[in-house]
Design a protein around this ligand. Structure first.
Ligand code: ATP
Length: 269
């Protein structure tokens, strides 16, 4: 992370509309959370404390990072993004000091969103996590999350594929106020994601009319895989000298994506 974690990242122009496959219930809860964060005065009058921390959990490639970026954009907030692994240091005190620098930098850029992906590497259960250094780093994270008014205007968003690995102290309300499950998309979700990733791409009539079937037949695909499917299809179309994605380009991309995920799952421990 070295020092780059303590600097805001430029945000792509992502809004909640760019995140497909969210259930209506989740969309509503996110919108409610955003309204409270935007209208803190009204929230205060109604005795509602703005949420400080959100946990997003679910399989890889389902849009957790995308969602964090969309939330930061909705809040017009600076975006500090890093991975939990960036805090794992053998040298005494370095992990803890990185946590401190991150929060200090975010406070200077208020309003800010701090996003930590793979947070299990930083906030894993203490008895499983092991190591005095990791424990000190986690303790520092808890101290920073408990920063009281100095954290006004700071929203902490953590993401993980392993919620079961997280330390209970980290998950306590006041630190993590909302937990959202971001699952693999169902057929309707995949159809939405296909729409998002085909927007602005030229598709043949045959491909266009096959998108509903594609959504049906891609069970188990993540949003990231659907994204990569259409990127591969576009590249294949260029390679084949096509002006639009033809059925054969999409079929090629489908084979490649299925092959990619099969070889990944075969190599999984
Ligand atoms: P990981 O757990 O591996 O960090 P993630 O859940 O954070 O993954 P993202 O990094 O947000 O997944 O997704 C990678 C890319 O896949 C996104 O930039 C986007 O192009 C596409 N994508 C993933 N999920 C969705 C989704 N729900 N809607 C639209 N696009 C998606």
């Amino acid at each position: 992370m070295k020092n780059s974690v303590a600097k805001p990242r430029p945000l792509p122009s992502i809004s909640l509309k760019n995140v497909g496959g969210l259930s209506d219930e989740m969309k509503e809860e996110i919108q409610q959370t955003l309204t409270i964060l935007k209208d803190t005065k009204r929230a205060q009058k109604l005795g509602i404390k703005p949420p400080k921390g959100i946990l997003l959990y679910g399989p890889p490639g389902t849009g957790k990072t995308l969602l964090a970026q969309a939330i930061a954009n909705e809040l017009n907030a600076s975006f500090f993004s890093t991975s939990g692994a960036a805090f794992n240091e053998l040298f005494v005190g370095v992990g803890a000091s990185r946590v401190r620098s991150l929060f200090q930098a975010a406070r200077k850029h208020n309003p800010a969103v701090i996003f930590i992906d793979e947070v299990d590497a930083l906030a894993g259960k203490r008895k499983l996590h092991g190591g005095e250094e990791s424990e000190k780093t986690l303790t520092e994270l808890l101290v920073q999350l408990d920063g009281g008014h100095s954290n006004d205007g700071i929203l902490f968003i953590a993401a993980t594929n392993r919620k079961d690995m997280l330390d209970e102290a980290f998950l306590r309300p006041g630190r993590i106020d909302f937990t959202f499950h971001v699952p693999l998309p169902d057929t309707k979700g995949r159809r939405e994601i296909i729409d998002i990733h085909t927007k602005g791409k030229s598709l043949s009539t045959e491909v266009l009319s096959s998108l509903d079937d594609l959504a049906e037949s891609t069970s188990g695909f993540s949003g990231a895989e659907l994204h990569s499917l259409f990127e591969t299809a576009s590249r294949r179309a260029i390679h084949n000298g096509h002006d639009q994605i033809e059925k054969q380009d999409l079929d090629y991309a489908l084979d490649r994506t299925i092959l990619g995920s099969t070889s990944r799952s075969l190599n999984d421990p």
